[in-house]
Design a protein around this ligand. Sequence first.
Ligand SMILES: O=P(O)(O)OC[C@H]1O[C@@H](O)[C@H](O)[C@@H]1O
Length: 152
Amino acid sequence: MKIGIAADHGGYELKENIHSYLVSLGHEVQDFGAFELNNLDDYPDFVVPLARAIADQTVERGIAVCGSGVGASVAANKISGVRAALINDHFSAHQGVEDDDLNMLCLGGRVTGSMAARELITAFLNARFTAEERHMRRLGKVRLLEHENLRT
Ligand SMILES: O=P(O)(O)OC[C@H]1O[C@@H](O)[C@H](O)[C@@H]1O
């Protein structure tokens, strides 16, 4: 799978660890930065380019890390076609994909350790959207909101 990753300073160290893990699993990884630790950098500068790549389908899934994962998910969800969530538990890591077609996993570099992050990532990447009718219906309503936002 082609996977994009991004982080600010709060997630930089975990992103580097995740990068190695994804490569070891045989995935193709596109890193959207940060490429060095700079405590003054801003998560939208890295997370939004990753989100745009997901929306453009140049990467299949994304993993974004900031200090808590909150800022990353807030920024990513501004991009139409991106369904990002801060995930801290195994159930949500796969159920978010199966039911809600989650395409960006957000993690907190100051919250989640590297081994726990790897387990969450494995659950996220192994999961597939079920496309059951009720989920399609709900996502259709979400997509209408994206179109509404384009008009404003
Ligand atoms: O290092 P500082 O700037 O205090 O905090 C940055 C973090 O605070 C939140 O916006 C994000 O989680 C970001 O990673």
